[in-house]
Design a protein around this ligand. Structure first.
Ligand SMILES: [Fe+2]
Length: 444
């Protein structure tokens, strides 16, 4: 496959033409009486028309046929995809999942859409407020099939296997350690090349933004120019009656047939596009004297709620970095958080729990549920010589952190068969070191 080209910059106003049709973007207007190359003009709105400029999002697509040329949508089986947060009783326990099992291609072909499994979530799709965490487990490409989500944006975190994503804006190749955001309404189809697994953070009714940097200044964390947007690419492919468009609408799946590939956009312009980002480009900020900065310094993208400073969900990563803090317990401290924390591991070993939390698995620490390093980590880090050290080399853990209190699905707790029933035991060996008659640390 020839190397794909991208446009650089987060949220930019972009223009792109498939090089096979130079001049396909109308000049000086969006909606000419007849478009160049006799294309149809179609606007995709990602925000209310009247949003302030800073949050106003839309793109104009110039395509061979408009998206409306399809047969009626009909309800289809939605497998393990759900937005019903009342499937099972609430469970405040610390939860940890072993790596989610990918179906074997030799036994059953499963594509990206069929492989979507909802793990947890909260909120309400119809009022555009909430989120879901999905796990995708697939082994086959989507053949003559595309998907679009009427409910929200997908932040896709591949963990095993790369994704070649065809979108109306062009093609994107996303490998593990990269992420991709496909925003609400954008049609896409995913090719996979092996048994493939990953995580999805879906947010309803809001879009991801770069976090404000405050005293950090103008640069740092995820820099805008490292976000990559595809370039226009079209196929004029007839599939008489045989192309399926799948729509997630109010949490349910629907399918409609059409005669042509939906990837028939010859040119586009606008600021509402899919994009990808390589996590290696994250510029890490950290404590260089003592103690820990709050983990918000690791925020890549945030989906803000209406309350200032409070996110529907943050996407946070724990990249390779130096640990240099003096007189400090360096692993994450014990804590209870008003936010809900779902964690996943793309590769390597997470420092607070070197065993048990594995690539392709996950954990959920719900609102106010205590958690922190396991006993072994505590003992080692309390005695460790505090020299500058590399942390998390070869590792990429991430967190979806939400202000909402998340419900776990029936698949998450039961059907996945991946729940680690022994998770709580990692803290059982923690023992009291209290020395009531001596302030000094116990000596060697
Ligand atoms: Fe935590």
């Amino acid at each position: 496959m020839a190397e794909l080209k991208y446009i650089s910059g987060f949220g930019n106003e972009c223009t792109s033409e498939d090089p096979r049709c130079p001049g396909s973007l109308p000049e000086g207007q969006n909606n000419p009486q007849v478009c160049p190359y006799n294309l149809y003009a179609e606007q995709l709105s990602g925000s209310a028309f009247t949003c302030p400029r800073s949050t106003n999002k839309r793109s104009w697509l110039y395509r061979i046929l408009p998206s409306v040329t399809h047969k009626p949508f009909e309800s289809i089986d939605q497998g393990h995809l759900t937005s019903n947060w009342d499937e099972i009783e609430p469970d405040p326990n610390q939860l940890r999942w072993k790596p989610f099992e990918i179906p074997k291609a030799s036994q059953k072909k499963v594509d990206f859409v069929r492989g979507l499994h909802t793990l947890c979530g909260a909120g309400d799709i119809r009022s555009n407020n909430g989120l879901a965490v999905h796990i995708f487990l697939c082994n086959s490409s989507m053949e003559n099939k595309c998907f679009y989500n009427s409910d929200g944006d997908f932040l896709i975190v591949p963990q095993k296997g790369k994704l070649l994503i065809y979108t109306e804006f062009g093609k994107i190749l996303v490998q593990p350690n990269e992420i991709c955001v496909i925003q609400r309404g954008m049609r896409f189809s995913i090719d996979v090349f092996e048994e493939t697994r990953g995580y999805i953070l879906e947010v309803y009714g809001v879009h991801f933004e770069l976090p404000d940097l405050g005293p950090i200044g103008a640069n740092g964390l995820a820099n805008p120019r490292d976000f990559l947007i595809p370039v226009a690419w079209y196929e004029d492919r007839q599939v008489p009656g045989g192309y399926t468009v799948i729509n997630k609408y109010q949490g349910k799946l629907f399918a409609a047939k059409q005669d042509v590939s939906p990837f028939n956009v010859v040119a586009w312009h606008g600021n509402y596009t899919p994009y990808k980002y390589n996590l290696d480009n994250f510029m890490v900020i950290n404590a260089v004297a003592f103690d820990h900065a709050d983990p918000s310094i690791f925020t890549v993208l945030t989906a803000k709620s209406m309350r200032p400073g409070v996110a529907i969900a943050d996407f946070v990563i724990f990249p390779p970095r130096w640990g240099v803090a003096d007189k400090t317990f360096r692993p994450p401290y014990y804590h209870r958080n008003c936010m809900s924390e779902f964690m996943g591991l793309i590769k390597g070993h997470y420092e607070a729990k070197p065993g048990g939390f594995l690539p392709g698995g996950g954990s959920l620490h719900s609102a106010m549920t205590p958690h922190g390093p396991d006993a072994d980590c505590f003992e080692k880090a309390s005695k460790a010589k505090l020299e500058p050290e590399r942390i998390a080399d070869g590792t990429m853990a991430f967190m979806f952190e939400s202000s909402l209190s998340l419900a776990v699905t029936k698949w998450g707790l039961k059907a996945s068969s991946c729940l680690d029933e022994n998770y709580y035991k990692c803290w059982e060996p923690l023992k009291s070191h209290f020395t009531p008659n001596s302030k000094k640390p116990a000596g060697p």
